[in-house]
Design a protein around this ligand. Structure first.
Ligand code: THU
Length: 138
């Protein structure tokens, strides 16, 4: 899976976002351990806190499809600032990714910047704190 393929999938998802309140469309695309792509978009709600992020949608799609690990994730959103994931989504990704897992931040034109999970969420809390392996048996 090339970075470009994954980034294009995240950009292609953006128009499907439901973001009538912020108008900030976000698309996310995960490449799982089998090379399958799972996409998600943000889904807002009139009761604001009930909205969900694109990353959360993509993770749910991956789990539903039988994927278990995030090998790479691309996140695409418009604007002058990088569309870096919120704190909650950094923790959500932490559950299924490794410290060196690439997180590709894009806008509607393509890649802006590459991070690793550990760069975005250093000293993270994870399954190991609960004496669980990173990759739980099903
Ligand atoms: N949002 C995401 O979906 N992912 C991010 O990485 C940052 C923020 C969404 C949440 C909300 O619907 C909108 O962007 C504005 O915060």
């Amino acid at each position: 899976m090339t970075e470009d393929t994954l980034i294009k999938a995240a950009i292609a998802a953006m128009p499907n976002a439901y973001a009538p309140y912020s108008q900030f469309l976000v698309g996310a695309a995960i490449c799982d351990e089998n090379g399958n792509i799972h996409t998600g978009v943000n889904v807002e709600n009139a009761a604001y806190p009930q909205g969900s992020c694109a990353e959360a949608g993509a993770i749910a799609a991956m789990i539903m499809a039988g994927g278990t690990r995030i090998h790479q994730i691309a996140i695409a959103g418009r604007g002058g600032n990088l569309c870096t994931p919120c704190g909650g989504c950094r923790q959500r990704m932490r559950e299924f990714a490794n410290p060196d897992t690439p997180i590709l931040i894009a806008d509607e034109n393509g890649l802006r910047q590459r991070f690793t999970l550990d760069e975005l969420l250093p000293h993270s809390f994870g399954p190991n704190h609960l004496d669980k392996p990173d990759h739980l048996d099903k």
